[in-house]
Design a protein around this ligand. Sequence first.
Ligand code: NAG
Ligand code: NAG
Ligand code: NAG
Ligand code: NAG
Ligand code: NAG
Ligand code: NAG
Length: 446
Amino acid sequence: MINDYSSQNSHPSDILPNTFQTLLRLLEMLKLLHSLSALVLFSIALRVDGLLRFPCSQLVTERFDPFNLTMHPDNDLPGLSTCTTCRFVEDKSNYWTAVMYFKHPNGSFLRVPQMPNHNSGPGYQDGGMTVYYFQPSVPLDNLKFVPFEKGFRMRVGSPMRRTKDDLDPEDPEDISTLHAATLRCFNGTDAGSGGATTGFGPEDSFEFPNRTCSGGIRSNIYFPQCWDGVNLDSPDHESHVAHPAGGFFRTNCPETHPVRLPLIFIEIVWDTRPFNDPALWPTDGSQPFVLSNGDPTGYGQHADYVFGWEGDSLKRAMDVCTVGDGVPTSCPALTVQDTDAMNSCKKGAEVPEVVESQYIEKLPGCNPLQGGPEPATVVPNCNVVSTTIEAPAPTAPPTIIYPPWEVCNNSTVSTFAAPFCNSIPKTTTIGNPQSTPAPAVITSAA
Ligand SMILES: *[C@@H]1O[C@H](CO)[C@@H](O)[C@H](O)[C@H]1NC(C)=O
Ligand SMILES: *[C@@H]1O[C@H](CO)[C@@H](O)[C@H](O)[C@H]1NC(C)=O
Ligand SMILES: *[C@@H]1O[C@H](CO)[C@@H](O)[C@H](O)[C@H]1NC(C)=O
Ligand SMILES: *[C@@H]1O[C@H](CO)[C@@H](O)[C@H](O)[C@H]1NC(C)=O
Ligand SMILES: *[C@@H]1O[C@H](CO)[C@@H](O)[C@H](O)[C@H]1NC(C)=O
Ligand SMILES: *[C@@H]1O[C@H](CO)[C@@H](O)[C@H](O)[C@H]1NC(C)=O
């Protein structure tokens, strides 16, 4: 199994996916025309797209697959968890992604740090992601949905994929698979924009961008939202679930997987800014980033989810939190915690090895770079460190990376999906962007 993961317990992203972006643009148009108030549009959005959108900071970075080690299906995640890195304290789910490394011209690797997404505050989260739960929306055959069951888990994306050649962008079945995991190149503070059905916009690509992205790179990952209604998991962690054909929004579930789930979408923002010096880029026109599963293309991007909301909290929230503005405090059915509390929830790594903060000679585990286009293969007779330790959770304050954009709205005028800076009761760590630490000491190739 591929095994280099960043384990992140609950968090969210920028980013007004597709439909939101469309609404935003519509809203701007309407404002220009002075023809309709924002409130009217919001109430439409509300009925159409119930949404939870929230940040989760990083729990731990280590080389283990979520479906191995101690992740037994009978585990009672809410019962076993003592804290969560997510804004909503009821969410004890696990969200995993492969992490990104920078490959230095001299061949060494440095983990690319993560930074807070647009509108992820108030407060600056320590790495992690933005998590969205969308309700299915009209026009659909069946709007009833099941907000997961205890023990449910799934994976999206194929760690071994290295090209889109096997997927036909014209085939509705393939459209969703192809767009489920993409990368967005941020130009400065601009959040970019996405298309209405697949969320795929002009700044998005399936492969790593060839150009430098002055605001960093964001992973956009859509989980399957259609379930066979029977199996909580499957041997490949995929076949019990499916994407709707033709895209993720307002598309029907296939007959094979008729039970609708909330659509989980995650965004992870990689701070590639320290690596934008052309002297650090390969001279052959390729780009320097790789995924921890040995993928220099981006096609092997994948993520995992283990459901772990307390009791029926997710269902209760989705029943009533239909405002659709994606601001956590707009969902009174759930409890928010401040960003300091999120950031202080940490887990000790169980594998005693260095995976970040300094250059390493090879990717952790048995993950040699495999550029394709043929699918990657599992390295036989892998003999990497397999001992585990019970390391204490780190207690040092996190090294927060400040993004180039605002994370909350400091005005009194409500802006779509932007939490007010005073919306979380307790004072949170609103850092001084001037104090942004250099994420890594970089020197050009010798
Ligand atoms: C868990 O991972 C270890 C080490 O990678 C492997 O040897 C073992 O077979 C895996 N177990 C399962 C159940 O997948
Ligand atoms: C980035 O944004 C700037 C200013 O908004 C614009 O002039 C420039 O063309 C953009 N670059 C790309 C590659 O889109
Ligand atoms: C990057 O460049 C390569 C080689 O020129 C090309 O095949 C690929 O499509 C480019 N990718 C992007 C995202 O522009
Ligand atoms: C906050 O709201 C003001 C007024 O609507 C707007 O100009 C500004 O862009 C918003 N800031 C963010 C970060 O959303
Ligand atoms: C909000 O604005 C006030 C007044 O301009 C400023 O003092 C404060 O630092 C700002 N807070 C944030 C989070 O930007
Ligand atoms: C490559 O460069 C980095 C940054 O200077 C350095 O830390 C690392 O040890 C170098 N690796 C090799 C193999 O020289």
